[in-house]
Design a binder for this molecule. Structure first.
Ligand SMILES: *[C@@H]1O[C@H](CO)[C@@H](O)[C@H](O)[C@H]1NC(C)=O
Ligand SMILES: *[C@@H]1O[C@H](CO)[C@@H](O)[C@H](O)[C@H]1NC(C)=O
Ligand SMILES: *[C@@H]1O[C@H](CO)[C@@H](O)[C@H](O)[C@H]1NC(C)=O
Ligand SMILES: *[C@@H]1O[C@H](CO)[C@@H](O)[C@H](O)[C@H]1NC(C)=O
Ligand SMILES: *[C@@H]1O[C@H](CO)[C@@H](O)[C@H](O)[C@H]1NC(C)=O
Ligand SMILES: *[C@@H]1O[C@H](CO)[C@@H](O)[C@H](O)[C@H]1NC(C)=O
Ligand SMILES: *[C@@H]1O[C@H](CO)[C@@H](O)[C@H](O)[C@H]1NC(C)=O
Length: 367
């Protein structure tokens, strides 16, 4: 069962690749790779290859693998989520460690300084603290306004550490949501008893902001976090500081260049927030490049017609139904059994009724 599913998925991926040659992601004449990572416009490496200076990337070949960094920062980009205008970046974890005498041996709480227009995603990340004598505060700024959140975790033995389905329950690990639109983030990490009575299994506290699903907690996490210094987090970006309406009116410099693209306001409740571009439903690709949004073959990639044959349309699809089936509703995107209609049913029932009364009348007359 599982094997066949894998095979089907494999086939689907293969056919999409074969059908649609990968569209260029960078401007013509620009480099689009740093190591294995594909760099999509509006980001670019080198002058003339990015939309705005804040999307200027440096490919640092001296690291393994090569790092695509925001120019002038040690923030390494590990993935682009272009449709959501997000980046996955690697950030340093914070730690606070003690020796058996209860003296601090190592404390490192790096500041995450994000230049505009980058902010920490509130929807994709959690702030997590790990340890058994641990409290952690997370502080960030939205404009000039300061926000603080945090959590604590206390436990007496490794046996009391709780983890179910790798969920951070508050015993050995706690997690909390963070407010939207924050930058200049700092972590304050402390303990109540300097880890003195739990030294044998947990001499350190750890804290970090991490992409949801990327950190799984269990009793080996204390050990593992010793050797992990960077962890993936998601940050948001946006174009400029104007809404779609204003930016589109000016035209010059409006970033949603592709046909079949649309402009979306980034964060309507934060003053001076910009916009992002997306391909229209049924299209995929890079909305920041002319002709960047291309029809997406739903039939090949999603196999959406469980009954009938799928027909790909420009920006859409429909299902052609086999005999005995008909399209459901007006959108032609599924097939249902073609039951005899109610009218026919009434007529045939009526005929039956007529026949029965006919027979009864016949019997009454002749008996
Ligand atoms: C973009 O980054 C390159 C280094 O990768 C640098 O030489 C150039 O000056 C930067 N341009 C701007 C406008 O910051
Ligand atoms: C890029 O980021 C990585 C990881 O943080 C860092 O080790 C490297 O020094 C940075 N490179 C440059 C040129 O800033
Ligand atoms: C805990 O550690 C701090 C920092 O090293 C130190 O100032 C304090 O005296 C320690 N407290 C105890 C109870 O050991
Ligand atoms: C964020 O950090 C930068 C650089 O340290 C500083 O110039 C800026 O004023 C800080 N912003 C806030 C709101 O603290
Ligand atoms: C804990 O999680 C790691 C991976 O995150 C896994 O390799 C290990 O087997 C898990 N250990 C337990 C006891 O579940
Ligand atoms: C938003 O920004 C504009 C222009 O900078 C300013 O006039 C206005 O008072 C701001 N509104 C709020 C709610 O901060
Ligand atoms: C596809 O066409 C149907 C029927 O015309 C319409 O209801 C639906 O919104 C379309 N979907 C897209 C993604 O354009």
């Amino acid at each position: 069962m599982q094997l066949s599913l894998v095979v089907i998925l494999g086939a689907a991926i293969f056919t999409t690749i074969a059908a649609a040659p990968a569209l260029p992601q960078a401007l013509p004449g620009c480099r689009d790779k740093c190591g294995d990572l594909t760099i999509p416009f509006p980001f670019g490496i080198g002058d003339g290859c990015y939309l705005r200076p804040e999307f200027n990337l440096t490919c640092d070949q001296s690291t393994t693998p090569p790092s695509a960094n925001l120019t002038g920062h040690t923030i390494r980009i590990s993935d682009f989520y272009l449709a959501e205008a997000e980046l996955q970046v690697m950030t340093f974890t914070s730690r606070d460690c003690y020796d058996t005498k209860g003296l601090r041996t190592n404390r490192n709480t790096p500041i995450l300084w994000l230049p505009p227009p980058y902010t920490i995603s509130d929807t994709k990340n959690k702030f997590v603290a790990v340890g058994c004598d641990t409290y952690a505060l997370f502080q960030g700024f939205r404009g000039e306004e300061r926000f603080i959140t945090g959590c604590m975790s206390l436990c007496d033995s490794l046996g009391s550490v709780e983890y179910q389905d790798s969920y951070c329950s508050g015993i050995g690990c706690c997690q909390t949501s963070i407010p939207s639109g924050l930058k200049n983030c700092t972590v304050q990490l402390s303990s109540y008893y300097n880890h003195t009575s739990i030294m044998d299994f947990n001499p350190c506290s750890y804290a970090f902001t991490v992409e949801q699903g990327q950190f799984k907690f269990n009793s080996t996490s204390f050990q593992q976090l010793n050797s992990i210094s960077q962890i993936p987090m998601v940050i948001n970006w946006e174009i400029g500081d104007e809404t779609c309406d204003i930016a589109a009116q000016k035209r010059e410099g409006f970033a949603c260049k592709a046909d079949y693209s649309k402009c979306v306001n980034r964060n309507t409740n934060i003053n001076g927030s910009g916009y992002i571009c997306q391909c229209l439903p049924g299209y995929r690709g890079n909305p920041y490049l002319p002709h960047g949004c291309q029809d997406f073959d739903e039939c090949k990639a999603l196999n959406p017609c469980s009954i009938g044959s799928c027909v790909n349309l420009d920006g859409n699809y429909s299902c052609k139904c086999p005999k005995g089936y008909k399209n459901d509703g007006t959108n032609k995107q599924s097939c249902i059994k073609d039951e005899p209609s109610n009218l026919l049913l009434i007529i045939s029932l009526g005929m039956f009724h007529l026949r029965v009364t006919g027979i009864i009348i016949f019997m009454v007359i002749y008996i």
